[in-house]
Design a protein around this ligand. Structure first.
Ligand SMILES: Cc1cc2nc3c(=O)[nH]c(=O)nc-3n(C[C@H](O)[C@H](O)[C@H](O)COP(=O)(O)O)c2cc1C
Length: 239
C-alpha cells in the first residue's frame, strides 16, 4: 500500500525538453499502454484510441504548429496563479506564476499572433495522442461528462506507469484546442468526427528538471463529515 501511495505522490509534470536521442523502449511503452487499457471507464466504454507518434517527420510537423495563447487563458490563468512561493504554500492549490512567460501573467495582456504569445507545440521522442468519439457518450451523460472523466482515468493510469518506469511525462492539452486540433487531425489522418482531448509527451529530460513546489490541500481541507460544511479535520499526523 505504501508503495502505491509513493508512486502516486511522486507522479509529476515534466514541462521540459526531452532527449531526442533517447527513445522510450517498446517494452516500456507496452507496459504504459497496458496500464491505460485497464483504466476504469464509464459503462466500460473504453472510449479512447491512442495514436503513438514516434516518426521524426510526423513529430517535426506537429512541432511546426504554433499555438496562440487566448485572452480567456490569460485571464483565467491569472486568477489562479500564485505570485510567490509563500502564496503558493499558503493557498495549497494552483501554480506559481514563474511557470509562465512574463507576458502571460500580465493582466489585460492582449495576445498578438506575431509575438511571444505564439509558441511551437513541444514534442518528444514519442507522443501519445488521445482521441475519442464525442458522439458515443456514456449513457444519459450530459455533455458526455462521464466519458470525459473516463479519459482522465486513462491519463492517470498511463502517467503513473510512465513515472514508475522512470519515464518523464507532460500533458499537452493545447493540442485539443482550435485551430491546433484541426492541424493535428490533418497530419495524423484522424477522422473529422473524433476529438482530441489531450496528448502526452514521454521521454527522458535532457538535463535535470528545475525543482518546483508541488502543493496539495490537506485531507481536512476538502473533507466534510456527514453534512456539507461540517469539516472533517481530525486526520492525525501526516502520512
Ligand atoms: C486534464 C489535465 C490537463 C492538463 N493540461 C496540462 C497542459 O496542457 N500543460 C501542462 O503543462 N500541464 C497540464 N496538466 C498538468 C497539471 O498542470 C498538473 O498536473 C498540476 O499542475 C499538478 O502538478 P503535478 O502534475 O506536478 O503534480 C494537466 C493536467 C490534467 C489532469
Amino acid at each position: 500500500m505504501q508503495e502505491l501511495l509513493n508512486i502516486i505522490r511522486k507522479r509529476k509534470s515534466a514541462r521540459i525538453p526531452f532527449d531526442s536521442e533517447r527513445p522510450v523502449t517498446k517494452e516500456d511503452l507496452r507496459q504504459i499502454l497496458e496500464a491505460g487499457r485497464w483504466a476504469p471507464t464509464a459503462h466500460n466504454m473504453q472510449n479512447f484510441e491512442i495514436i503513438i507518434v514516434d516518426d521524426k517527420e510526423v513529430l517535426g510537423a506537429i512541432g511546426g504548429i504554433k499555438s496562440t495563447i487566448s485572452e480567456t487563458f490569460i485571464r483565467e490563468n491569472y486568477q489562479q496563479l500564485s505570485f510567490s512561493e509563500e502564496e503558493l504554500l499558503r493557498k495549497k492549490v494552483g501554480i506559481l506564476s514563474t511557470m509562465f512567460p512574463r507576458a502571460w501573467r500580465t493582466p489585460g495582456y492582449k495576445p498578438d499572433k506575431d509575438t511571444d504569445s505564439r509558441r511551437p507545440i513541444q514534442t518528444s521522442p514519442v507522443m501519445l495522442i488521445v482521441v475519442y468519439d464525442p458522439g458515443r457518450r456514456a449513457p444519459a451523460s450530459e455533455g458526455d461528462f462521464l466519458g470525459i472523466v473516463s479519459l482522465g482515468c486513462v491519463m492517470e493510469n498511463i502517467w503513473l506507469m510512465a513515472n514508475s518506469l522512470g519515464i518523464s511525462f507532460h500533458v499537452v492539452s493545447a493540442i485539443g484546442t482550435d485551430p491546433i486540433e484541426k492541424k493535428i487531425k490533418s497530419i495524423l489522418n484522424i477522422p473529422d468526427h473524433l476529438k482530441i482531448p489531450f496528448a502526452f509527451r514521454l521521454g527522458y529530460p535532457v538535463s535535470p528538471p528545475a525543482k518546483y513546489s508541488r502543493v496539495r490541500r490537506d485531507i481536512g481541507d476538502f473533507t466534510h463529515h456527514n453534512r456539507f460544511g461540517n469539516r472533517y479535520k481530525d486526520w492525525g499526523p501526516a502520512l
